[in-house]
Design a binder for this molecule. Structure first.
Ligand code: B16
Ligand code: MG
Length: 217
């Protein structure tokens, strides 16, 4: 039985994934690297420094830690410039309604975002009070595909992992949810997220009537 739904943020609740892409592409271009949309898929759900490492590896570049931190901070300042202009009308259609429907069925609601900016984003979107528990990139040691973030979210919600359903747009996030022993709805394309229990193209398309069909326990 599903007792909690845990939402990823970037790409599931709002399209901050696009802002991450624009900021990483700008940084990559400064380094003489062309970052394609396909390359960007590998950055989704992955921590800031791990994302930079993936970009540098595209050209076999290795840099000292201090320089990597400087570059990651630079990317983050561009990302934050986009974020600070966000407003509640950027929440994907149907997401707030879905959360409200789930709550009516006594389903607990969690947020599990690898982003250290997640709290700023949900504050600007005016949805911070929708969540029973929030885990962000400042609270974890290992980023997705490690299951740590989802295990911590489940424990804060007081729900066992096998009773949790995760909404994720990143391959690394789907892997993390499954490794945590949870069910997972992939948001995006079945080509990339085929390991998820079901894949839908948009979060707002989730049919709440199918919720318990996803559960085997
Ligand atoms: P930050 P999510 C992830 O958020 C993004 O998908 C990923 O692209 C980003 O690198 C990561 O957060 C870290 O973000 O640089 O803001 O700390 O999808 O887990 O909500
Ligand atoms: Mg995401």
């Amino acid at each position: 039985m599903i007792k909690a739904c845990i939402f990823d943020l970037d790409g599931v609740i709002v399209d901050t994934a696009h802002y991450h892409f624009l900021a990483w592409k700008r940084l990559a271009n400064e380094l003489g690297i062309d970052l394609t949309i396909e390359d960007n898929e590998r950055l989704k759900g992955v921590s800031r420094l791990d994302s930079l490492e993936i970009i540098l590896n595209l050209r076999g570049i290795s840099l000292p830690t201090e320089e990597k931190e400087r570059l990651a901070n630079k990317k983050n300042s561009w990302f934050v410039d986009y974020v600070l202009r966000m407003s509640p009308d950027e929440i994907f259609p149907g997401v707030k309604q879905l959360i409200h429907e789930l709550k009516k069925q006594n389903i607990k609601i969690g947020l599990a975002s690898s982003s250290k900016n997640a709290k700023t984003v949900i504050h600007l979107l005016q949805i911070e009070n929708e969540f029973d528990a929030i885990v962000d990139g400042t609270m974890i040691r290992y980023s997705k595909p490690d299951p740590e973030i989802f295990i911590l979210a489940a424990s804060k919600l007081g729900v066992e992992p096998q009773h949790c359903l995760v909404f994720e747009d990143a391959e690394a996030g789907v892997e993390a949810a499954l490794a945590a022993g949870m069910k997972c709805v992939g948001i995006g394309s079945a080509n990339q997220l085929g390991k998820a229990d079901i894949v839908i193209s948009k979060t707002g398309e989730f049919n709440i009537a199918t919720l318990q069909q996803l559960s085997t326990v």
